[in-house]
Design a protein around this ligand. Sequence first.
Ligand code: OGA
Ligand code: NI
Length: 340
Amino acid sequence: MESVLLVSNGIRCSTLPASYVRPEPERPKLSEVAHFFNAPIVDLGSADLSLMARQISHACHHYGFFQVINHGVAMESMDKMLDVTREFFNLPVEEKMKLYSNDHTKTTRLSTSSNLHKEKIHNWRDYLRLHCHPLDKFVHEWPTNPTSFKEIVSNYSKEVRQLGLRLQEVISQSLGLEKGYINSSLGEAGQHMAINYYPPCPEPELTFGLPAHTDPNTLTILLQDTQVSGLQLLNDGQWLSVKPVPNAFVVNIGDQLQALSNSKYKSTWHRAVVNSERARISIATFLCPSNRAVIKAPAQLIEDQSQPIYRDYTYAEYFDKFWSRNLDQGHCLDLFKNIG
Ligand code: OGA
Ligand code: NI
Protein backbone atom coordinates (compact mmCIF):
# COMPACT_ATOMS: atom_id res chain seq x y z
CA MET A 1 0.00 0.00 0.00
CA GLU A 2 1.20 3.51 -0.78
CA SER A 3 2.07 5.56 2.25
CA VAL A 4 -0.03 8.67 2.71
CA LEU A 5 1.44 11.77 4.26
CA LEU A 6 -0.04 13.52 7.23
CA VAL A 7 -1.96 16.59 6.14
CA SER A 8 -0.57 18.41 9.20
CA ASN A 9 2.93 18.08 7.71
CA GLY A 10 3.59 21.81 7.73
CA ILE A 11 3.51 22.11 3.94
CA ARG A 12 0.97 24.52 2.52
CA CYS A 13 -0.05 23.63 -1.02
CA SER A 14 -2.03 25.92 -3.29
CA THR A 15 -4.08 23.22 -5.02
CA LEU A 16 -5.55 20.06 -3.60
CA PRO A 17 -3.49 16.92 -4.42
CA ALA A 18 -5.41 14.66 -6.86
CA SER A 19 -5.78 11.80 -4.37
CA TYR A 20 -8.09 14.01 -2.25
CA VAL A 21 -10.34 15.25 -5.05
CA ARG A 22 -13.87 13.79 -5.04
CA PRO A 23 -15.73 13.31 -8.29
CA GLU A 24 -18.22 16.10 -8.90
CA PRO A 25 -21.41 14.38 -7.63
CA GLU A 26 -19.78 13.45 -4.30
CA ARG A 27 -18.53 16.91 -3.35
CA PRO A 28 -19.78 18.74 -0.25
CA LYS A 29 -21.76 21.42 -2.17
CA LEU A 30 -21.16 23.82 0.67
CA SER A 31 -23.51 26.46 -0.72
CA GLU A 32 -26.48 24.08 -0.35
CA VAL A 33 -25.91 23.40 3.35
CA ALA A 34 -28.20 25.07 5.87
CA HIS A 35 -26.20 27.32 8.23
CA PHE A 36 -26.50 27.14 11.18
CA PHE A 37 -28.41 24.38 12.83
CA ASN A 38 -28.93 24.78 16.56
CA ALA A 39 -28.85 21.16 17.67
CA PRO A 40 -31.27 20.75 20.62
CA ILE A 41 -29.65 21.73 23.91
CA VAL A 42 -30.22 19.60 26.99
CA ASP A 43 -29.41 21.12 30.38
CA LEU A 44 -28.08 18.22 32.44
CA GLY A 45 -28.15 20.42 35.52
CA SER A 46 -31.91 20.73 35.37
CA ALA A 47 -34.00 19.30 38.21
CA ASP A 48 -36.85 18.54 35.80
CA LEU A 49 -35.93 14.98 34.88
CA SER A 50 -39.04 14.29 32.91
CA LEU A 51 -38.47 17.36 30.72
CA MET A 52 -34.89 16.15 30.19
CA ALA A 53 -36.13 12.72 29.12
CA ARG A 54 -38.63 14.25 26.68
CA GLN A 55 -36.01 16.52 25.15
CA ILE A 56 -33.58 13.65 24.73
CA SER A 57 -36.22 11.38 23.28
CA HIS A 58 -37.27 14.01 20.73
CA ALA A 59 -33.69 14.85 19.73
CA CYS A 60 -32.54 11.22 19.44
CA HIS A 61 -35.58 10.24 17.43
CA HIS A 62 -35.53 13.14 14.98
CA TYR A 63 -31.87 14.08 14.74
CA GLY A 64 -29.78 11.45 16.49
CA PHE A 65 -27.90 14.46 17.89
CA PHE A 66 -28.16 16.84 20.79
CA GLN A 67 -25.90 19.10 22.82
CA VAL A 68 -25.40 19.12 26.55
CA ILE A 69 -24.64 21.96 28.94
CA ASN A 70 -24.07 21.81 32.70
CA HIS A 71 -22.60 18.41 31.95
CA GLY A 72 -20.17 18.19 34.83
CA VAL A 73 -16.94 18.31 32.81
CA ALA A 74 -14.84 21.26 33.96
CA MET A 75 -14.40 24.06 31.43
CA GLU A 76 -10.73 24.04 32.29
CA SER A 77 -10.43 20.39 31.24
CA MET A 78 -12.11 21.15 27.91
CA ASP A 79 -9.85 24.13 27.23
CA LYS A 80 -6.73 22.21 28.17
CA MET A 81 -7.74 19.34 25.94
CA LEU A 82 -8.14 21.65 22.95
CA ASP A 83 -4.84 23.40 23.72
CA VAL A 84 -2.81 20.22 24.09
CA THR A 85 -4.28 18.92 20.82
CA ARG A 86 -3.19 22.07 19.02
CA GLU A 87 0.27 21.70 20.55
CA PHE A 88 0.51 18.06 19.53
CA PHE A 89 -0.41 18.63 15.90
CA ASN A 90 1.96 21.59 15.68
CA LEU A 91 4.92 19.38 16.58
CA PRO A 92 7.46 18.71 13.82
CA VAL A 93 6.25 16.01 11.47
CA GLU A 94 9.23 13.73 12.36
CA GLU A 95 8.15 13.79 15.97
CA LYS A 96 4.56 12.93 15.14
CA MET A 97 5.56 10.16 12.73
CA LYS A 98 6.89 8.13 15.68
CA LEU A 99 3.26 7.34 16.46
CA TYR A 100 2.14 6.78 12.86
CA SER A 101 0.38 3.52 11.98
CA ASN A 102 -2.34 2.38 9.59
CA ASP A 103 -3.11 -0.74 11.61
CA HIS A 104 -6.54 -0.11 13.15
CA THR A 105 -6.03 -2.85 15.74
CA LYS A 106 -3.26 -0.83 17.41
CA THR A 107 -4.52 0.81 20.59
CA THR A 108 -2.51 4.02 20.18
CA ARG A 109 -1.75 5.45 16.78
CA LEU A 110 -1.57 8.55 14.68
CA SER A 111 -2.99 8.28 11.21
CA THR A 112 -4.53 10.28 8.43
CA SER A 113 -7.74 10.26 6.38
CA SER A 114 -9.94 7.34 7.58
CA ASN A 115 -9.58 3.76 6.32
CA LEU A 116 -6.48 3.84 4.15
CA HIS A 117 -6.75 0.13 3.38
CA LYS A 118 -10.16 0.47 1.78
CA GLU A 119 -10.65 4.01 0.56
CA LYS A 120 -9.85 5.26 -2.93
CA ILE A 121 -9.96 8.96 -2.16
CA HIS A 122 -8.34 10.42 0.93
CA ASN A 123 -9.75 12.85 3.46
CA TRP A 124 -8.23 16.06 4.74
CA ARG A 125 -7.85 14.92 8.31
CA ASP A 126 -5.17 13.62 10.66
CA TYR A 127 -6.18 11.87 13.84
CA LEU A 128 -4.69 10.48 16.97
CA ARG A 129 -6.57 7.44 18.15
CA LEU A 130 -6.32 6.41 21.82
CA HIS A 131 -7.88 3.77 24.00
CA CYS A 132 -8.91 5.34 27.29
CA HIS A 133 -10.30 2.61 29.52
CA PRO A 134 -8.99 1.21 31.74
CA LEU A 135 -6.54 4.11 31.75
CA ASP A 136 -3.68 2.31 33.44
CA LYS A 137 -3.62 -0.24 30.65
CA PHE A 138 -3.09 2.35 27.91
CA VAL A 139 -1.60 5.60 29.22
CA HIS A 140 1.97 4.28 28.94
CA GLU A 141 1.49 4.08 25.13
CA TRP A 142 0.34 7.68 24.77
CA PRO A 143 2.47 10.54 23.44
CA THR A 144 5.14 11.82 25.82
CA ASN A 145 5.35 15.06 23.87
CA PRO A 146 3.81 17.54 24.82
CA THR A 147 4.92 16.63 28.33
CA SER A 148 1.52 17.59 29.77
CA PHE A 149 -0.36 15.34 27.31
CA LYS A 150 -0.84 12.27 29.48
CA GLU A 151 -2.07 14.13 32.51
CA ILE A 152 -4.45 16.40 30.62
CA VAL A 153 -5.90 13.63 28.49
CA SER A 154 -6.24 11.22 31.44
CA ASN A 155 -8.18 13.75 33.46
CA TYR A 156 -10.36 14.63 30.51
CA SER A 157 -11.06 10.94 29.76
CA LYS A 158 -12.16 10.29 33.33
CA GLU A 159 -14.51 13.26 33.38
CA VAL A 160 -16.01 12.45 29.99
CA ARG A 161 -16.52 8.82 31.02
CA GLN A 162 -18.64 9.95 33.95
CA LEU A 163 -20.66 12.11 31.60
CA GLY A 164 -21.06 9.27 29.11
CA LEU A 165 -22.28 6.78 31.69
CA ARG A 166 -24.72 9.35 33.02
CA LEU A 167 -25.96 10.04 29.49
CA GLN A 168 -26.51 6.33 28.97
CA GLU A 169 -28.67 6.41 32.11
CA VAL A 170 -30.81 9.33 30.97
CA ILE A 171 -31.05 7.84 27.49
CA SER A 172 -32.27 4.56 29.04
CA GLN A 173 -34.90 6.47 30.99
CA SER A 174 -35.92 8.42 27.91
CA LEU A 175 -36.65 5.08 26.22
CA GLY A 176 -38.84 4.05 29.14
CA LEU A 177 -36.21 1.57 30.33
CA GLU A 178 -34.64 1.28 33.73
CA LYS A 179 -31.90 3.79 34.37
CA GLY A 180 -29.14 1.18 34.41
CA TYR A 181 -30.37 -0.73 31.37
CA ILE A 182 -27.85 0.37 28.74
CA ASN A 183 -24.89 0.38 31.10
CA SER A 184 -25.57 -3.12 32.33
CA SER A 185 -26.70 -4.77 29.10
CA LEU A 186 -23.68 -3.54 27.13
CA GLY A 187 -21.13 -4.62 29.73
CA GLU A 188 -18.12 -2.64 30.94
CA ALA A 189 -17.99 0.18 28.39
CA GLY A 190 -14.94 0.50 26.21
CA GLN A 191 -13.78 4.07 25.67
CA HIS A 192 -11.75 5.38 22.75
CA MET A 193 -10.85 8.83 21.57
CA ALA A 194 -10.28 10.26 18.12
CA ILE A 195 -8.42 13.52 18.36
CA ASN A 196 -9.10 15.03 14.95
CA TYR A 197 -7.09 17.76 13.26
CA TYR A 198 -8.25 19.33 10.02
CA PRO A 199 -5.63 21.75 8.68
CA PRO A 200 -6.63 24.58 6.35
CA CYS A 201 -7.36 23.04 2.97
CA PRO A 202 -6.54 24.74 -0.35
CA GLU A 203 -9.79 23.64 -2.04
CA PRO A 204 -12.43 22.76 0.57
CA GLU A 205 -15.17 22.46 -2.05
CA LEU A 206 -13.53 19.37 -3.52
CA THR A 207 -13.02 17.16 -0.51
CA PHE A 208 -14.03 16.21 3.04
CA GLY A 209 -12.39 16.15 6.41
CA LEU A 210 -14.52 13.08 7.05
CA PRO A 211 -17.04 11.84 4.51
CA ALA A 212 -20.58 10.92 5.54
CA HIS A 213 -20.62 8.08 8.06
CA THR A 214 -22.45 6.81 11.08
CA ASP A 215 -20.54 6.00 14.25
CA PRO A 216 -20.21 2.26 14.87
CA ASN A 217 -20.16 2.54 18.68
CA THR A 218 -22.81 3.21 21.34
CA LEU A 219 -22.56 6.92 22.01
CA THR A 220 -20.21 9.68 20.84
CA ILE A 221 -19.38 12.78 22.87
CA LEU A 222 -17.73 15.44 20.75
CA LEU A 223 -15.78 18.43 21.92
CA GLN A 224 -15.77 20.86 19.01
CA ASP A 225 -13.52 23.76 18.28
CA THR A 226 -15.48 26.74 19.56
CA GLN A 227 -14.35 29.03 16.74
CA VAL A 228 -14.37 26.90 13.62
CA SER A 229 -17.39 24.95 12.43
CA GLY A 230 -17.30 21.89 10.18
CA LEU A 231 -19.62 19.22 11.56
CA GLN A 232 -22.74 18.56 9.47
CA LEU A 233 -25.55 16.10 9.91
CA LEU A 234 -28.10 14.75 7.48
CA ASN A 235 -31.73 15.40 8.39
CA ASP A 236 -34.65 14.77 6.04
CA GLY A 237 -32.29 14.72 3.07
CA GLN A 238 -30.72 18.07 4.03
CA TRP A 239 -27.23 18.67 5.35
CA LEU A 240 -27.26 20.91 8.41
CA SER A 241 -24.18 22.58 9.83
CA VAL A 242 -23.98 22.23 13.60
CA LYS A 243 -23.23 25.57 15.18
CA PRO A 244 -20.55 25.28 17.86
CA VAL A 245 -21.79 26.26 21.32
CA PRO A 246 -19.02 27.21 23.77
CA ASN A 247 -18.68 24.80 26.70
CA ALA A 248 -21.21 22.37 25.27
CA PHE A 249 -20.60 18.84 24.01
CA VAL A 250 -22.27 17.47 20.93
CA VAL A 251 -23.68 14.01 21.63
CA ASN A 252 -24.73 11.56 18.96
CA ILE A 253 -26.32 8.15 18.92
CA GLY A 254 -24.12 5.40 17.48
CA ASP A 255 -25.18 2.30 15.55
CA GLN A 256 -25.41 0.21 18.75
CA LEU A 257 -28.02 2.48 20.31
CA GLN A 258 -30.01 2.46 17.10
CA ALA A 259 -30.05 -1.35 17.28
CA LEU A 260 -30.72 -1.50 21.03
CA SER A 261 -33.59 0.99 20.68
CA ASN A 262 -35.06 -0.99 17.78
CA SER A 263 -34.51 2.07 15.58
CA LYS A 264 -36.46 4.45 17.83
CA TYR A 265 -33.26 6.45 18.06
CA LYS A 266 -31.21 7.20 14.97
CA SER A 267 -27.55 6.73 14.27
CA THR A 268 -27.47 9.68 11.91
CA TRP A 269 -25.21 10.27 8.92
CA HIS A 270 -22.75 13.02 9.62
CA ARG A 271 -19.56 14.38 8.09
CA ALA A 272 -16.91 17.01 8.61
CA VAL A 273 -16.07 19.62 6.01
CA VAL A 274 -12.90 21.69 5.92
CA ASN A 275 -12.13 25.31 5.16
CA SER A 276 -9.27 27.26 3.64
CA GLU A 277 -8.71 29.66 6.52
CA ARG A 278 -8.30 27.90 9.81
CA ALA A 279 -7.34 24.57 11.23
CA ARG A 280 -10.20 22.86 13.05
CA ILE A 281 -9.96 20.53 16.02
CA SER A 282 -12.55 18.08 17.24
CA ILE A 283 -12.20 15.50 19.96
CA ALA A 284 -14.55 12.54 19.79
CA THR A 285 -14.97 10.21 22.74
CA PHE A 286 -16.57 6.94 21.74
CA LEU A 287 -18.23 4.71 24.30
CA CYS A 288 -18.73 1.19 23.02
CA PRO A 289 -20.14 -2.09 24.26
CA SER A 290 -17.74 -4.69 25.59
CA ASN A 291 -16.64 -7.03 22.80
CA ARG A 292 -18.72 -9.91 24.10
CA ALA A 293 -21.89 -7.90 24.72
CA VAL A 294 -24.85 -9.13 22.73
CA ILE A 295 -26.72 -6.25 21.14
CA LYS A 296 -30.48 -6.72 21.11
CA ALA A 297 -33.57 -4.61 21.64
CA PRO A 298 -35.45 -5.26 24.91
CA ALA A 299 -38.99 -6.66 24.66
CA GLN A 300 -40.54 -3.34 25.73
CA LEU A 301 -39.30 -1.73 22.52
CA ILE A 302 -40.59 -4.39 20.19
CA GLU A 303 -44.18 -4.26 19.07
CA ASP A 304 -46.37 -7.27 19.77
CA GLN A 305 -46.27 -9.92 17.09
CA SER A 306 -43.32 -8.36 15.32
CA GLN A 307 -39.68 -9.28 15.33
CA PRO A 308 -36.92 -6.84 16.23
CA ILE A 309 -35.50 -4.89 13.30
CA TYR A 310 -32.00 -6.26 13.85
CA ARG A 311 -30.84 -9.75 14.64
CA ASP A 312 -28.81 -10.36 17.80
CA TYR A 313 -25.06 -10.02 17.34
CA THR A 314 -21.97 -9.37 19.40
CA TYR A 315 -20.12 -6.09 19.26
CA ALA A 316 -16.96 -7.93 18.18
CA GLU A 317 -18.80 -9.22 15.12
CA TYR A 318 -20.06 -5.74 14.29
CA PHE A 319 -16.69 -4.11 14.62
CA ASP A 320 -15.02 -6.57 12.25
CA LYS A 321 -17.70 -5.92 9.68
CA PHE A 322 -17.34 -2.17 10.09
CA TRP A 323 -13.62 -2.14 9.42
CA SER A 324 -13.92 -4.47 6.43
CA ARG A 325 -15.84 -1.77 4.56
CA ASN A 326 -15.34 1.75 3.33
CA LEU A 327 -16.67 4.49 5.62
CA ASP A 328 -19.34 5.85 3.28
CA GLN A 329 -20.44 2.55 1.80
CA GLY A 330 -23.95 2.49 3.32
CA HIS A 331 -25.24 1.91 6.83
CA CYS A 332 -23.29 -0.99 8.33
CA LEU A 333 -26.34 -1.80 10.49
CA ASP A 334 -28.31 -2.71 7.37
CA LEU A 335 -26.19 -5.85 7.18
CA PHE A 336 -27.62 -6.95 10.55
CA LYS A 337 -31.31 -6.60 9.71
CA ASN A 338 -33.71 -9.41 10.37
CA ILE A 339 -35.06 -10.71 7.13
CA GLY A 340 -38.77 -11.22 6.50
C1 OGA B 1 -15.96 11.31 14.20
C2 OGA B 1 -16.69 12.50 13.74
C3 OGA B 1 -16.86 14.86 13.48
C4 OGA B 1 -16.03 16.08 13.58
O1 OGA B 1 -14.79 11.45 14.62
O2 OGA B 1 -16.56 10.22 14.15
O3 OGA B 1 -17.77 12.35 13.25
O4 OGA B 1 -16.63 17.15 13.63
N1 OGA B 1 -16.13 13.71 13.86
O5 OGA B 1 -14.81 15.99 13.60
NI1 NI C 1 -18.54 10.36 13.54
